[in-house]
Design a protein. Structure first.
Length: 347
């Protein structure tokens, strides 16, 4: 009986997880809107809690928060959004030209490079790369405009998010009380303690990562603008988003500015300048910003981290990448408590 009980529980848990993922995929747009609102509410709640400690009622604290966000959003919408929009559509128009120019430069390099050994193999490799560039160039237009359509669709999430965030913040106490009431009485204390531990780890990570991404985006955009690389603002935003990815985000962030810099200047010195700028930025991020922002490391295995990010990114897209590490950290905390036997103790 004791051997069948855990096996049955595991099967039920796996079945519920599969149903959850299937339902999430079927309602992915609704889930995306909910996750965006949840992350924003999670990020903003400490500000409301701080006002509550100063004897400000929660509803008034939320109103103050929304007033500040409203003023900030007005300046962002009035100045930053039009600039990003102009640069985005300019990039859509110029990107095929950049790819074509890059192909011409590559063919020029390939023509000047004559290896002494394995000539046929090198020619085959160059031909394959050229075919890939042609494929990219053929699909580029439809791909980027499809991406633009996706961004336009997600504007609905941005409109709904303030409403959902307001209700999440306002009814936070009722939501927690409702969840607590469903917890088994004999395990309630340990589950609440577990929830608090996960909240400290995951909450610190989400808030810290948003701050780090913003800093990386600003530093990258300023550095590329100083180096006169085209589309410095968009490359900076991409670098900030790429910083969410552990380890490989640094590589991904440098590829677009390196490509744009080489096509424009055709200079190895300029490539070294871009690499030096990003090396300095990520040195500051890794050794100065993160130690200050992340007060408590998540202490996850690097290999497991990459696998988890890839798996959740495949399942949930952007939100899977963003939430992969918090979910992995929560699973690690739960497994630690299970190994210690906290859930097997008598009620």
């Amino acid at each position: 009986m004791t051997t069948k009980q855990p096996a049955t529980s595991i099967l039920v848990l796996l079945l519920l997880t599969a149903i959850l993922f299937a339902g999430g995929y079927a309602l992915r747009h609704t889930v995306s809107s909910f996750l965006l609102s949840f992350v924003l509410a999670y990020f903003l709640d400490p500000f409301v809690v701080m006002l509550e400690r100063k004897k400000v009622r929660r509803i008034y604290g939320i109103m103050v928060l929304y007033a500040i966000l409203g003023i900030t959003s007005f300046f962002i919408i009035a100045f930053l959004v039009p600039l990003i929009n102009i640069r985005w559509y300019a990039l859509l128009a110029d990107l095929p030209k950049y790819v074509q120019k890059g192909k011409e430069l590559f063919l020029g390099l390939a023509g000047n490079f004559q290896p002494a050994y394995a000539t046929e193999e090198w020619n085959w490799l160059f031909d394959k790369i050229t075919e890939s560039m042609d494929t990219i160039l053929a699909k580029l237009g439809s791909g980027v405009y499809a991406a633009a359509g996706s961004v336009a669709f997600n504007l609905l999430n941005i409109i709904l998010a303030p409403i959902l965030v307001f209700f999440m913040l306002f009814y936070k106490g009722d939501i927690i009380s409702g969840i607590t009431a469903w917890l088994p009485a004999g395990r309630r204390d340990i589950i609440l303690e577990l929830g608090h531990e996960i909240n400290v780890s995951v909450g610190g990570y989400i808030r810290g990562q948003l701050i780090v991404s913003l800093i990386v985006a600003v530093f990258s955009a300023v550095a590329l603008f100083y180096l006169d690389v085209d589309y410095a603002l968009l490359c900076g935003i991409f670098a900030g988003l790429a910083s969410i990815l552990p380890f490989v985000g640094v590589i991904l962030a440098t590829i677009p500015p390196l490509f744009l810099a080489y096509v424009k200047f055709q200079s190895g010195i300029m490539l070294l300048k871009v690499l030096a700028a990003f090396a300095l930025i990520y040195f500051i991020e890794g050794y100065l910003v993160k130690p200050l922002v992340f007060k408590k490391a998540m202490d996850l295995n690097p290999l497991a981290t990459i696998i988890v990010v890839m798996a959740f990114g495949e399942l949930m897209g952007f939100w899977g990448i963003l939430l992969a590490l918090p979910i992995a950290a929560a699973i690690k905390i739960i497994s630690t408590h299970v190994r210690r036997g906290h859930f097997s103790q008598e009620a």
